[in-house]
Design a protein around this ligand. Structure first.
Ligand code: FAD
Ligand code: MLT
Ligand code: ZN
Length: 475
């Protein structure tokens, strides 16, 4: 699967021997997995577009065990692919060849939670949704949320600098992550697991590892700031007659809802068709060319309801919105969110998915979708646009019955060139992983690429950590 679609050659790392297996067994007794059946799933990515051939998966429980593993692999020149929930969208979480898979599945302990500051410290393998439940029981909220919450790990979220559905309100993990513990390629434990809001002592090293996709170190623990859980949450799901109206609804929303706005997501009619077809979900509003999901989170139900009704009156009255529904109870809120969150799942049931995750000037966000629909014609099964409109982040997805090299040729580099002309980003939130490493140059100058290569060489001189990922292959 991998090598036919993506030309890449194995680098001269050592191969895992019987002696290596015995040594690893001494480090993580009973947690060295070599059963081919058990290795099937962790070798394939969520989208089923890339497949590795690793014969060993390790399940450490502690940072010390991770350190021992990496010290050993570094000495032996064995390549390692760190893996969290394996929900990544760019083929970064699975081996390309026979790299050892280092899974954080058993590193799932909460280490501390402070109910005044809201600072949570936990191991990297904690599942996002479980952390959400843990902090919500204590009156707080995780500052990030995404459709993959049921399986993704907080370590994987930090390693990809995941954006998601709450970015508009709580910002990037670069702001909410206060500290990290990381094991470097040679097994050194770097303990920067502080819980301080302010700390200007020297370079902020944790930032290097946030979004580094397992290429600079293995994140073993995370300290993260959780905001208080809002007492009033409302979700409005609205239909808009055109993209210009979506944009005007967004502007009105910012003016009218101001500080209580916590999400502004959009999806087009094709997305709705796919969730109806593949997931049997029903649209709660009349058919429209576009839909927006607006969430408010505040501290006073009465105050928020008043603001929301004022906003709805304006957008419905002016024709920006043609139909809408409002939810205030948890069950219905969840139902409305699932229409947006489960688009990824619906797409993957539609066929092979060509997935693009772009940052663009918000006014031009949908132009590329319309442009591609015309460019591809019947060659594509569906061309859809959805995403985090409030953050200027478009998810452009194209589906086809099967992978087709000529369709790929019509999409790339066209999509990347189009994005670069707008001075956008070719990866807004998913990272580069294995599938997009060669397009980094569309969003960063050569000097930045060179410095990235130098940092990689400094932190991982043998290149054993997640090889073939994030940085382009050297010329
Ligand atoms: P994995 O997929 O296992 O790994 C991702 C990358 O991080 C790999 O390069 C891996 O090597 C590295 N890695 C994992 N753990 C560690 C560690 N402890 N130390 C160092 N490196 C590590 N992404 C968004 O940004 N926003 C979204 O809204 C969003 N929604 C999604 C919805 C669905 C349905 C799905 C399937 C995915 C979605 N994603 C989204 C993509 C994905 O869920 C995120 O990238 C997520 O943060 C990955 O976490 P994970 O634990 O699954 O990591
Ligand atoms: C989303 O916002 O739904 C995710 O980033 C996943 C995707 O792009 O499909
Ligand atoms: Zn997204």
């Amino acid at each position: 699967l991998t090598r036919e679609r993506y030309p890449v050659r194995r680098l001269p790392f050592a191969q895992v021997s019987e002696d290596d297996l015995a040594a690893l067994e001494r480090i993580v007794p009973g947690r060295v997995i070599t059963d081919p059946e058990e290795l099937e799933a962790p070798n394939v990515d969520w989208l089923r577009t890339v497949r590795g051939s690793s014969k060993v998966l390790l399940r450490p429980r502690t940072s010390q065990e991770v350190a021992h593993i990496l010290r050993y692999c570094h000495e032996r020149n064995l390549a390692v692919s760190p893996q969290g929930g394996n929900t990544g969208m760019v083929g970064g979480s699975v081996p390309v060849f026979d790299e050892i898979i280092l899974s954080t599945t058993l590193m799932n302990q909460v280490m501390s939670f402070h109910d005044v500051s809201g600072v949570l410290v936990c191991q990297a393998g904690c599942i996002l949704e479980e952390l959400g439940r843990y902090v919500e029981e204590r009156g707080f909220l995780m500052p990030l949320d995404l459709g993959a919450k049921g399986s993704c790990h907080i370590g994987g979220n930090v390693a990809t600098n995941a954006g998601g559905l709450r970015f508009l309100r709580y910002g990037s993990l670069r702001g909410t992550v206060l500290g990290l513990e990381v094991v470097l390629a040679d097994g050194t434990i770097l303990n920067c697991l502080t819980s301080l809001r302010k700390d200007n002592t020297g370079y902020d090293l944790k930032q290097l590892f946030i979004g580094s996709e397992g290429t600079l170190g293995v994140i073993t623990a995370v300290s993260i700031l959780c905001p208080p859980k809002p007492s009033a949450v409302n979700v409005a799901f609205l239909g808009c007659p055109g993209f210009a109206e979506v944009l005007q609804t967004f502007s009105t929303c910012r003016q009218k809802l101001g500080e209580i706005l916590s999400a502004f997501e959009f999806m087009d009619a094709e997305c709705m068709k796919l969730v109806e077809l593949h997931l049997r979900l029903a649209s709660p509003v009349r058919e429209s060319p576009f839909y927006v999901l607006i969430e408010t989170s505040g501290s006073g139900a009465g105050h928020d309801a008043e603001k929301l009704s004022d906003f709805l009156e304006q957008v419905l009255g002016s024709g920006l919105v043609t139909d809408g529904t409002l939810a205030t109870d948890q069950r219905r809120i969840k139902m409305l969110w699932s229409l947006r969150e489960r688009i990824t799942e619906a797409l993957s049931r539609d066929g092979y998915v060509y997935k693009y995750d772009l940052s663009l000037p918000v006014e031009r966000l949908y132009d590329l979708v319309s442009d591609l629909r015309a460019r591809l014609g019947p060659r594509a099964k569906h061309v859809v646009g959805y995403g985090h409109l409030g953050d200027g982040n478009l998810h452009l997805n194209v589906t086809a019955e099967a992978f087709d090299v000529s369709l790929l040729g019509a999409l790339e580099p066209y999509v990347y060139e189009w994005t670069a002309r707008q001075r956008g980003s070719v990866s807004a939130e998913h990272g580069l992983g294995f599938k997009k490493r060669d397009v980094l140059c569309y969003s960063k100058p050569p000097e930045a690429l060179q410095l990235m290569q130098q940092l990689k060489a400094l932190l991982d001189p043998k290149g054993i950590l997640n090889p073939y990922k994030t940085l382009p292959a050297r010329a």
